[in-house]
Unconditional design. Structure first.
Length: 329
């Protein structure tokens, strides 16, 4: 079997999904070709040589059609994320071979809007369990703690974490509850609880007096280093209005972090008991989060963190590749 994997020309999360999935498909003996979706030099011959085309986002399928027309849509496998009218073309998607949804909420929304049930499959995914690991020793994290400052050396597994990118492109800002994040951080700092922001431009969100607090750190680093910073956290907070994932929930779980996340995207599918994580109503207040944080921040055992990581392995790219292969056999 040969699969063309299409991607955009930006280095962001969808590129990571494409690369992870390509690697896992190759391990199954599936030949892949990695293609920039806007590459006009990608000939008809090469397109027709592949058994299937795989798009890690429905927007890439739309870009493909804009460049090449409607040919080979019946060979297309699309990973569908956010329901977005600008990229979610019902007539186009219904011509595809398979549509794979990251969450049951997204799949239900798509079907309610006219997508053919017979081509729909719901597979939760979003973590590379090799890249994101659970470190049992402070020695593996001492250099990272030093980066955060000498006064943070005693904060291993006592930190409240946030992960994402503030003011990212596209619809990203509209999906996160930034006011709650800012207000919650102020409350955490008032109680002398260390807070770590992982990702870009968080300093633009936080009030100056909070940003300058000794209890707050913002870290912008290469994605390959995220695992080290996840391992410093005790809990990860993910408050959103709307999501497909969010993928940081699974990444943090793979590093043994206890997630506290709103019931959006795949969160209700993934966090099925309070032993592995806490789900929150979308419009929960700061006080609700503080109650949950104070309950779990210092009460998660190492064995529990091992079990949280074990749960995350159910949503690996390896399993996604295996399931895609079975559906196409």
């Amino acid at each position: 079997m040969k699969i063309n994997i299409f991607k955009g020309d930006d280095d962001w999360v969808l590129s990571g999904i494409s690369l992870n999935l390509e690697s896992e498909l190759n391990k199954l003996g599936i030949e892949t070709q990695y293609v920039i979706v806007t590459d006009r030099g990608f000939s008809i011959k090469h397109r027709n040589q592949a058994d299937y085309h795989l798009f890690p986002w429905q927007g890439f399928l739309k870009a493909y059609v804009n460049y090449y027309g409607n040919e080979n849509l019946d060979k297309s496998v699309v990973l569908c994320t956010h329901y977005d009218a600008s990229t979610f073309d019902v007539k186009l998607l219904n011509k595809c071979k398979l549509l794979i949804f990251q969450s049951s909420l997204q799949m239900a929304t798509a079907i309610a809007n006219g997508i053919n049930l017979e081509i729909c499959h719901q597979i939760n995914y979003g973590v590379n369990n090799i890249l994101h690991g659970l470190y049992s020793s402070n020695d593996q994290l001492i250099d990272v703690l030093k980066i955060l400052g000498a006064d943070w050396l005693g904060y291993h597994r006592k930190i409240v974490g946030f992960c994402g990118r503030y003011k990212n492109k596209g619809s990203y800002p509209a999906r996160k509850n930034y006011k709650l994040i800012s207000d919650l951080t102020c409350e955490l700092v008032a109680e002398n609880i260390p807070v770590l922001f992982l990702g870009n431009k968080w300093n633009e969100l936080l009030p100056e007096e909070v940003l300058n607090s000794s209890f707050v750190r913002t870290v912008s680093t290469s994605y390959k280093n995220y695992s080290f910073f996840y391992n410093l956290m005790s809990v990860l907070i993910s408050p959103s209005f709307y999501e497909a994932g969010p993928i940081p929930v699974l990444e943090a779980m793979s590093c043994g972090v206890y997630p506290i996340a709103t019931k959006t995207g795949f969160v209700p599918d993934v966090i099925t008991s309070e032993y592995i994580g806490k789900t929150m109503p979308i419009f929960s207040k700061v006080s609700d989060y503080m109650t949950a944080i104070n309950l779990y921040l210092n009460n998660i055992t190492h064995d529990q963190r091992v079990d949280i990581r074990k749960e995350s392995t159910l949503y690996s790219y390896e399993r996604l590749a295996i399931k895609i292969n079975r559906l196409l056999e």
